[in-house]
Design a protein around this ligand. Sequence first.
Ligand SMILES: Cc1cc2nc3c(=O)[nH]c(=O)nc-3n(C[C@H](O)[C@H](O)[C@H](O)COP(=O)(O)O)c2cc1C
Length: 347
Amino acid sequence: MNHLFTPFTLKSMTLRNRIVMAPMCMYSSDQTGFVKPFHMTHYETRAMGGTALVILEATAVEARGRISAEDLGIWSDTHVEGLKQLTEVIHRHGAKAGIQLAHAGRKCGVPSEDMIAPSPVWFEEAEPSYRLPREMNIDDIQTVVEAFKQAARRALEAGFDFIELHGAHGYLINAYLSPLTNFRNDQYADGTLLLEEILNAVHSVLPSHLPVGLRISAEDYAEGGNLPEHLAEKINRVMKKMPEGQGIDLINVSSGGVVPSRINVFDGYQTRHAEIIGQLTHIPVMSGGRIKTAEMADEIIRNNRAELVFLGRQLLIDPYFPLHAAVTLKQEIDYAPVAYERWKTGR
Ligand SMILES: Cc1cc2nc3c(=O)[nH]c(=O)nc-3n(C[C@H](O)[C@H](O)[C@H](O)COP(=O)(O)O)c2cc1C
């Protein structure tokens, strides 16, 4: 029976356990989008703590695709060097490095940037926290697809083992996938075509062994919005059109963020979504959302509810969560650095 410390292989990437660091914006770069000393410490520490896969925060494929002005960027070749240094330190401690390629679309929080979206719809009209986006034309769509392609090429050059497309939380790909934000009447009306074009573009510059994931919002928590079944159907439709081995290798199941809504949040609140997505798509899924204990993370794997578990805030306050979890679950693991074993042995 698999458990939290059973290795997991996805194409060329073998993970030492099932614990993944969720992508989390750290708002710690500047207008350049470059990696800063903070990022080096932040990500290296989680790799040292035993996390199997460290997924970098939403990293903007275009400057106008930033969520905040302090986001990491990958919109030019000059970003590669810093990202390469990051993958090197992550690898040094036995972890794999992933990057979340992102475009904010109508949730771009940089006032000087162009705001683009499938349709010109307010996020919150009464008290706008974002500006009104303009509707993308075909040239805009092609520019964005090309930006994802170039970003994937740079990510490969920087040494990442895994590439995740940010298709959740109301950002650009998600805005196409949700009926609450896509009111187009052209070929992009159903939302899957943009995803399909981005996947094709990304795969065209990546070796076939490198796994590509998609983060989704499995539920919009609003009337008329997406439910897990809708997302699964859309993903299945996209996958049918993809050449063998060139689709989505892993689905990172999150939820919400498309429109303002009240979400009933409790420990493990998104695991049911991941189960449904996994069952309906037959693609490996990653589940998380307020998972704070080793037992809870382990239960998800033991009961085959997901292949991987992501932790966000728990890993912020406890970068050594995997080392603690191994002791709690009585699992023998290799420590990296080896000197940390002295904590376990007490000698
Ligand atoms: C500080 C912070 C920044 C986040 N930034 C991102 C992000 O860049 N991309 C993303 O997909 N989710 C982002 N999230 C959501 C997390 O990846 C995760 O799904 C969420 O925090 C729920 O997991 P948790 O309860 O384990 O923290 C962020 C969350 C936090 C707390």
